[in-house]
Structures are given as structure tokens and as C-alpha cells.
Design a protein around this ligand. Structure first.
Ligand SMILES: Nc1nc2c(ncn2[C@@H]2O[C@H](COP(=O)(O)OP(=O)(O)O)[C@@H](O)[C@H]2O)c(=O)[nH]1
Ligand SMILES: [Mg+2]
Length: 420
């Protein structure tokens, strides 16, 4: 992702699915107007999902995803089918590409049932209409079927309009912080700049939070953890009490100590768990921490593969802090990127990163998998706040979520604070 582009996680995800040789890749090329994906009459040409960001008016930024065929064969074929199915979990609008000369097959019917189970918006596209005599004229936008030709580009524009119409019926997006503040409100963001911070830039959740504050006509003041106390002291005589302090979870303890109790405090992670739709589950999931036994398995999931800071927290710091907190030897497993195990039953607890690189649908899907299998699911920031005894304070902005916590949260964290 370039810094000038809308992050992928914020784009409407449009997945193209179907059998091999239906013309999925040809159609993706026709829709994006680019020869992006290799097209051939050899079955199984597309082996990995291919992603292309584009502007689709009137929706705006979207992510087009081409997938391998869902009818692939052999061991490698199975792997490709799995890849295609992984894409389904983050798809907002599904396009089922059918070879118009062959018509709908049982494999297509099965896929339609999956779309319906997942309550996905979808459209059926009969491709290769140039090979058919007497092609039906497209009905009005909103219909669920359309005939197109990727070769002659017939009806491609009409297809784009229908995809856009489906995408626009998506629920309005949740806010990060914009709904918590009003015009002119001052929000202080605490951003440590240590050696784990990426060079020359802020990380995505910080950028997005600043953007959301500005969009709500608020005022964002960004400080490192060492400057917070002084900035608060300088603001006090001016009668400029901040509406909110938002901190990186890693410096939670210090920031909590430096922020007067009458100023609400939360973290980027907690705001992002809410933004991605699973804060309630994250807070409920935390209770398992106090029930863990020696040897219990904990799964730590990174949403991306290259994020230095998350990586460091996930693989090194969290296991150490949790060992300090529980006093038990736990067993750790790690996944990153698109990998998310289908069988979660070996785990007592799943700790997910903030998920800034994953879209809301994918995080909800992961949380739902855990819920269906009865495994607790939470995120880094929530568990860090809990271990430091400040989770209650961090979610006080959301009374229905704060109500989930015991009146007196466990406070045995002195050893932990030193470990930071
Ligand atoms: N005549 C015709 N051929 C097409 C059309 N779309 C795709 N094809 C051909 O169908 C074959 C499979 O296309 P491809 O896009 O690779 O299919 P995929 O496996 O679903 O990605 C290729 O030989 C394409 O040239 C179309 O609209 N009309
Ligand atoms: Mg293909």
C-alpha cells in the first residue's frame, strides 16, 4: 500500500468466484480496464488470489479480488480452493462468474448456497455472451443476473453499475472515534516513538484515528508518552480539558498514571476492536485469562506479515507479560497474514492484533469462528489493559461494555508494570 492510497482494509472487497475457465480473470481485467491477471484456456491458470485496488463510482475505493477456480482438482487444487474460500471470508460483494455457454452447474449452486449462508450480497454473471445467440438484454440495476462478454466488453459497464449498487447497500461503516467527540473537542493521542516504531511514518491505526478526529471537526494533539503530563498541565489553566486521551497499549500504565481520572482514557486497540465490530467479545473473552492452567494453548494472530511493531508485541512481549501475570507456563502458537486455522479447538484463548490490515468482515468472521467453537477471542490492547488493571477505565466510554467487567478488576500487576 502506498501512503497516498486508501488502505485496503477500508475498501469494499469485491470477490470474483466460479469454476475454472468461466472467465473470472478475463472479467476482472474487463472490469478494472487493465490486463492485470493472466488469462488462458488452460484450467487452473490463476493459482493465488490477485488483488487490485481501484475506484468504482459511485462507491469509491474498492478492492477487486480474482480467485482460483472452486472446482480445482488434486492436492494443489485443494489448496487453491482453500485460498478462494479464504477470500470469501473478507468479501463484501461476491460476483459468481458462470460460463454462459455451459450454464449453471452444481458447483455454482453450491457456491450460491455458501453466499446465502454467509449473507453475502452477490450477483450471477453469465460470461462469454459473444458465443451465445440472442443475448438477453440486461434488466434494471438490482437484478441478480446479467449476461456479459469479457471479450467484446458487452454489458461490462452495466455489470459495474450493479456491483456498485450492491456495494452501496452495505451497512454504513462504524466510526473509530468520530462519534465520541464533537466539533472543537480536543483529543490527545499518545504515540511512542521507540525503536520498534516504523521509520519515518505513523502506523495505520494512528493515521486513521487522526483522520477520523479531523473529519468530526475535532482537534488532534499528538504527543509521546514523556510529554503527556506536561501538555496536560499546560492545558489545565487554559480550561482546555481534553475530551479524550488515546494511547498506544504499550505505554498504557504510564499514560494512565499521568492522565487525571476525570479525563477519559482509552487505547487505539480498544477503539479498533470496536471499529472492527468485536469489542464486546474482546472484553468478554478476557475472563479466560484468569482461568488458564499450565500447558493451556494460546493462539496469537497477526493480521499482517511485515509489521515490525505488532510482531514484536505478539511474539515476544505478550507471551512474557502473560507468563508474569498468570505465573503459568503456557503453550504458544502463532499465525500471521491470511492464515487462520479452521480448527480452533486446541486453544483456550485467541489473541488477535488490532487488525488494521484486515477489513471488518474478516475480523468478524474470525471472531465468529472462535465463538462457534467456544474459544475465547480478544485482542492485544484489551488484554494488556486488563493485565494492567485499567481495562475498566479504558472502556468506560462504552457503558454496556464496561458492565461486562467485575466492579473491581483484578489489580495484581505491579510486577507487570516493571516489565514494560
Ligand atoms: N469468447 C469468449 N471467451 C472468453 C470470454 N471470457 C474468457 N474467455 C476465454 O475463456 C478462457 C478462460 O478464461 P480465464 O479468464 O482464464 O478463466 P478463469 O479460469 O475463470 O480465470 C480463456 O481462453 C479466455 O480467453 C468471453 O467473454 N468470451
Ligand atoms: Mg483465472
Amino acid at each position: 500500500m502506498g501512503l497516498n492510497e486508501t488502505p485496503s482494509s477500508e475498501r469494499v472487497h469485491i470477490g470474483f468466484f466460479g469454476r475454472r475457465n468461466a472467465g473470472k480473470s478475463s472479467l476482472v481485467n474487463a472490469v478494472t480496464g487493465q490486463d492485470l491477471v493472466i488469462v488462458s484456456d488452460i484450467k487452473g491458470t490463476t493459482t493465488d488470489p490477485v488483488y487490485k485496488a481501484m475506484e468504482l463510482l459511485p462507491v469509491g475505493p474498492v478492492l477487486i479480488i480474482d480467485t482460483p477456480g472452486i472446482d480445482d482438482e488434486g492436492a494443489l487444487g485443494e489448496l487453491r480452493i482453500r485460498r478462494a474460500k479464504q477470500v470469501l471470508n473478507k468479501t463484501d460483494v461476491a460476483v459468481l462468474v458462470i460460463d454462459g455457454t455451459l450454464g449453471k452447474t452444481p458447483a455454482d449452486e453450491a457456491l450460491i448456497r455458501v453466499f446465502q449462508d454467509k449473507q453475502l450480497k452477490y450477483i450471477l454473471v453469465y460470461n462469454k455472451s459473444d458465443l451465445l445467440a440472442g443475448v438477453p438484454v440486461p434488466a434494471s440495476v438490482g437484478d441478480h443476473e446479467i449476461y456479459v462478454s469479457s471479450t467484446t466488453k458487452a454489458n461490462i459497464q452495466a455489470l459495474k453499475e450493479r456491483i456498485a449498487a450492491l456495494a452501496l447497500t452495505e451497512e454504513p461503516k462504524l466510526r473509530i472515534v468520530g462519534d465520541l467527540i464533537g466539533p472543537g473537542d480536543l483529543v490527545i493521542l499518545v504515540v511512542p516513538i521507540d525503536k520498534a516504531a516504523p521509520k519515518g511514518r505513523l502506523i495505520l491505526p494512528q493515521q486513521q484515528t487522526i483522520r477520523d478526529i479531523l473529519e468530526a471537526d475535532g482537534v488532534a494533539v499528538v504527543v509521546k508518552e514523556f510529554e503527556l503530563r506536561e501538555v496536560l498541565e499546560r492545558l489545565a489553566p487554559l480550561d482546555k480539558k481534553p475530551k479524550l486521551v488515546i494511547t498506544d497499549s504499550q505505554v498504557f500504565a504510564k499514560v494512565s498514571a499521568d492522565t487525571p481520572l476525570d479525563i477519559p482514557l482509552t487505547s487505539f486497540s480498544i477503539l479498533f476492536a470496536r471499529y472492527k465490530g468485536f469489542l464486546l467479545q474482546a472484553v468478554q473473552g478476557i475472563k479466560v485469562l484468569d482461568e488458564l492452567e499450565a500447558g493451556d494453548r494460546v493462539l496469537i494472530c497477526e493480521g499482517c506479515t511485515h509489521h515490525r511493531q505488532c510482531d514484536d508485541i505478539g511474539t515476544v512481549k505478550l507471551p512474557r507479560w502473560m507468563k508474569n501475570y498468570t505465573g503459568k507456563e503456557l503453550t504458544w502458537a502463532f499465525t500471521s497474514g491470511v492464515e487462520f486455522p479452521e480448527d480452533l479447538s486446541p486453544y483456550k484463548l485467541i489473541l488477535h492484533c488490532g487488525g488494521c490490515m484486515l477489513n471488518e468482515r474478516e475480523l468478524r468472521y474470525r471472531q465468529k469462528c472462535a465463538q462457534d467453537q467456544g474459544v475465547a477471542f480478544t485482542n492485544y490492547g484489551t488484554i494488556i489493559a486488563y493485565m494492567q488493571g485499567i481495562l475498566k477505565r479504558s472502556v468506560a466510554l462504552f457503558p454496556h461494555i464496561a458492565a461486562e467487567l467485575e466492579p473491581e478488576e483484578r489489580q495484581g500487576t505491579q510486577g507487570l508494570s516493571r516489565a514494560y
